[in-house]
Design a protein around this ligand. Sequence first.
Ligand code: ASP
Length: 570
Amino acid sequence: MRTHTCGELRAKNSGENVTLQGWIDAIRDHGKMVFISLRDRYGVTQVVLADAELIEKGKKLGGEYVVEVEGMVRERPSDMRNPSLETGKIEVVASRIKLISSSSVPPFVIKDPATAKDELRMKYRYLDLRRPSMQKNLIMRSKLINTVRAYLLKKNFLEIETPCLTRTTTEGARNFVVPSRNFKGKFYSLAQSPQIYKQLLMTAGVDRYFQFAKCFRDEDQRADRQPEHTQIDLEMSFVDEEEVMELVEGMIQTIFENILGLKVKVPFQRLTYRNAMEQYGTDKPDTRFDVYISDITKIAKKSEFRIFKEVKFVMALTVPLLTRKRIDEFSEFALKYYNSRISYLSFKETISGNIAKFFSSKLTGELKSALSIRGEETVLFCAGDWKRSLETLGAIRNKLLEGKTPREKYKLLWVTDFPLFEWDNKTGSWAPCHHIFTMPKTDDFKDPSKVAGKQYDLVLNGIELGSGSIRIHDRDLQERMMEIGGMNRAKRDREFGFFLSALAYGTPPHGGIAIGLDRLLMILAGKDSIQEVIPFPKTLTGAGLMEDVPSEIENEKLKELGIKITLTGK
Ligand code: ASP
């Protein structure tokens, strides 16, 4: 129906008779002439209505109407060119204009940058998506998917789908459940990830699998979380950690090259979990900034400050001199989110701070040299147990760096040697830190807190992009790990019986990773929320504002499912 798209015509097309179709981006009535900016996914072309009859027709049109225009391409006079448009050197002088679809007045102006509130943008997502920047994100998403697919197919991977409707297993997050009409009183769960299926595919001899997998997790939402998200999910047989990491590095390199035209260096930086925590206070550090945490327990214990004498660890974060106001802000933040107290020392000509009086001048000197303090700096202290004090300072470090310009734009790194288990105070037992399928690095499990896993997390600019591991391929070892992780036999058999039996039928050594596609895309597109790169996202509370979900369902349907609703709680 159209001869060209709205982003296609150039000066070389001058003199051609063309037919365009698109949306009216803007319409300007200059009396003797009407100018229409006609938009589609490919761009915007200026259309001129100069003939009296056409002008009359043009006056009846409005923004977001869909029209068809036939006309002659002509070069614009040099002073009328628009360098910000790719088609800015030409215009189409219409000989015919036809209304295809009219439009109600949109609830917001369809222009970049968005001016409407997020709620309105989501309610009318199909209009919001018309904005060129959103179209760019959709295009980038498609390009990313296809880059990954081409890369993995070339490396002998098979693209295989796994079920979304599956059984409830303890995988970390809460499951979304789906009732069943045929099996009243029973439920499916929406898969949190294809983890078990992809491992079963390795048992099945598939050797190399990948999928763009939808994952469903009923978790509290954050800016970089959604109840359903997409993972680049892959698994490989007969590999060790190095081979998976190398494959992923090549994939990320190809992605950066294809999408941003940038070369990223491989191999990526590597940090052990312990080092990441002890230097940056997080297992996903942004290492683009030289701001560090130090363990100064030994020195702190020599001070007269009672709390430092009583606790196990004292950690210190050294930062450029902070105002009192800023220190108070951080203290409040630490108390509110980490239930931790912050104390501080500020080094100027003199030393001040709420614990200055507990430090002799000799001890201050010792501290100064241990922390390499040369200029005017503030040291924030957090005392307590290892993890909480580090995490508190790590979170303050992140807050402090917000909005600061990093040394380099993109920094990729691997975090390795994660502990497999951590003590869960709530259940009074050991719990897996990641998932229970990760291969331990040792066979000595006397102290579960000391068992590291063959796990590798991929971090980009302080954001966890993905997590993977070499898996356990031996049934006995898998059961042992489940047992340490607090799962008794009955629960093991109920939730994982099918999987454990499969492991007993000759399972090859295997490992893989899952990379958050939405998060990766968010960073590549330079956005700070994954909602910007998901076509139809949910709000932070998990609501779909456009289609109004979740919603009640009709009594008839409930009856069919054999469900009666009694609401309890909030
Ligand atoms: N299935 C895991 C996750 O979604 C990733 C992996 O280990 O491959 O976190």
